[in-house]
Ligand binder design. Sequence first.
Ligand SMILES: [Zn+2]
Ligand SMILES: [Zn+2]
Length: 393
Amino acid sequence: MTKAVTKVEELRPLSQAMRALRRDIHAHPELAFEENRTAAIVAKELAGYGIDVHTGLAKTGVVGTLRAGKGMRSIGLRADMDALPMQEHNHFEHRSRNDGKMHACGHDGHTAMLLGAARYLASTRRFDGVVNFIFQPAEEGLGGARAMIDDGLFDRFPCQAVFGMHNRPSLDIGRFAVRSGPMMAGGAFFDIRVTGKGAHGARPETSVDAALVAAQIAVSLQSIVSRNVAPVDTAVLSVTRIHAGDAYNVIPQTAELGGTVRAFSSEVMQLVERSMKRVAQATAAAFGATAEVDFRLLFSPTVNNPVEAEFAARICAELVGQDKVERSPPLIMASEDFSFMLEQVPGCYLNIGNGLAEGGCEVHNPAYDFNDRALPLGAAFFARAVEAKLALA
Ligand SMILES: [Zn+2]
Ligand SMILES: [Zn+2]
């Protein structure tokens, strides 16, 4: 058996097939947990390559397992499949056929390039162990990764390392960006409900003014990032909504505040949550009111395992050259639910350049399109990662 030496060139013969799949999926976008057509395409393709197919994880998720040799090592490769609820403004042939739905984040491309890698690996089999191809539903804020994990993803399909990739429009084609440690922020929403005592607007002495308490809480919350979070850490706490009262002459009995928190580590996120509860409840108590805090973590921070990040960077460098691998890309304030997989299994999430020409605008823009030239590069990364992780003796 020949030793593993996958180069981008070896994936080029699959470019046309990946492009056709990508454009077909782009033309038929499906929203979170409704990716039935997309999942059926994925399952059919994987089966056609001779890969074992497991459907129905987190409703529309699909896992393909491919074994070569008798080795006990395993790896997970993940792509997301869902589109966004927005209208596409493009006019090219493969534009969305589904009104109000669009692949504006490039998950069509992520799915196609993982299928390309699966096809390649199934035909070459220059590795020893098990590859799990994970096709995830509902990345865009509806918890697909967590749902797959809750459905037993890593119990049924153990992985010693897991890798995922997202296109990045501002990064040239042929470039990768890999960060060790924190990469993307975790995100939480919060609601605070203040209860005081309503009264006539002209008789404040009989009230506990919930509007005044809410205002004090909003101000005091701003001390958390500036006074509790260490200056070298990064966090955002934004109060984005305040509601109290209906009438000019009624002091409101209740008031509500809400907003969002972003942070790059679970420790900082927990510190903000604890501090928020303390500040809100104690501030309310100081005025004779009470406050209830509902803090909901939607995304964990995306934190790459340092060893796996080094590994991923090395694989990228082997494919495109060291000078085309950015090792210190800026932290991204947006969130990504691959973070939940990284909490279970060591791994790395990286960015692949989407270029500036085609798809020259940001993701989530109505004129966005995944760049088909990235397909063989992404597929080559996945294939090479498998051959290196599960290397033949
Ligand atoms: Zn997105
Ligand atoms: Zn995305």
